[in-house]
Design a protein around this ligand. Structure first.
Ligand code: GLY
Length: 312
């Protein structure tokens, strides 16, 4: 039994391992681990109190995939509810659909009994947005941003990859050998309203198949969508690659992407035998894992894979 995650899963991984050790499923462990990240007030890239879009609205994306059945559930651009990963799981468990976005996701969350939040942001986050956006735009533009007809111009500046973004990936394998992957994020800080990244897109930011392995992505979601990156990792595993080879190949595929906006990409992976792997196009990045035999998690280096980066 094992849990693999991006480093910000450290607040929940022990709880996830305890669930596995007590006979819980990979799905239960993934959901519970991610809920603790979503509730972490110091993580401003996942769950409540995270960096909002350019208009100051927090829009969450999340997905979960069951490697035993290939069933999935996801929500995108959802406002006003904290428990993104749990709501994604309820989509999987309740509906004949796999992805709900915006108002539909919010309506569904309320139907499922999740509590609508009056406010998802602290003053600290509001002030961070104001400070960063005012550094890029004249005060009169900032003051009237919600009615701007040129938001597209400002979002290119505001969503510069050097500015904050993040996501959590959690992959688990339980005592029955079942795999599950969960991904949750607030997406890019200051993104265009309605922008959806790779996290709720199955095959892009999330994929799990008991027969071969699982993968999750963090980084520039647009690239993982274009490269179908999480599915690529699992496809390479299916083709006979080791987890180390599969992760490198999926990263190298991203080097073929053209266009003006290419930035950092990170993958965590797990094969069906329980071997973890981590990969990044940014040097010195780490990931974490913990098995049922370990008393705490281990943080270890991701394999660096150089790929094209350019902006604008
Ligand atoms: N990888 C998360 C996002 O781009 O939204």
């Amino acid at each position: 039994m094992i849990i693999v995650g991006s480093t910000n899963a450290d607040v929940g991984i022990q709880h996830g391992i305890d669930i596995l050790k007590n006979g819980g499923s990979a799905m239960d462990a993934v959901e519970a681990t991610i809920r603790l990240v979503e509730d972490n007030p110091d993580d401003h890239t996942v769950g409540h109190n995270s960096y909002p879009n350019i208009l100051g609205d927090l829009q969450l994306d999340a997905s979960i995939m069951d490697g035993a059945t290939l069933e999935t559930g996801a929500i995108a651009a959802m406002q006003g509810f904290r428990e993104a990963i749990s709501i994604a799981r309820r989509v999987k468990d309740t509906l004949p659909h796999v992805l709900l976005a915006g108002e539909g996701a919010e309506r569904f969350a309320a139907e499922m009994g999740f509590e609508k939040q009056a406010d998802m942001l602290t003053d600290e986050i509001r002030e961070a947005r104001e400070e960063l956006l005012k550094a890029d735009m004249p005060p009169e533009v900032f003051a009237d941003l919600s009615s701007s007809a040129e938001l597209h111009q400002w979002v290119t500046l505001a969503s510069d990859p050097e500015k904050t973004r993040g996501t959590v990936n959690v992959l688990a394998q339980d005592h029955e050998g079942n795999l599950c992957t969960g991904v949750s994020t607030s997406g890019w800080a200051w993104k265009y309203p309605g922008r959806v990244g790779d996290s709720p897109i199955i095959g892009a930011g999330n994929y799990a198949d008991n027969r071969y392995g699982a993968a999750g992505c963090t980084g520039m979601g647009e690239m993982a969508i274009r490269g179908a990156t999480a599915h690529s990792v699992v496809f390479y595993l299916k083709s006979g690659a080791s987890v180390a080879q599969a992760g490198i190949r999926a990263m190298q595929d991203l080097d073929d992407l053209g266009g003006r906006y290419l930035s950092g990409m990170n993958i965590v992976a797990l094969d069906s035998g329980g071997t973890p792997g981590g990969f990044s196009s940014i040097k010195d990045r780490t990931f974490i894992y913990q098995t049922d035999e370990m008393s705490t998690h281990e943080e270890t280096m991701r394999t660096f894979v150089e790929i094209n980066q350019r902006w604008g």
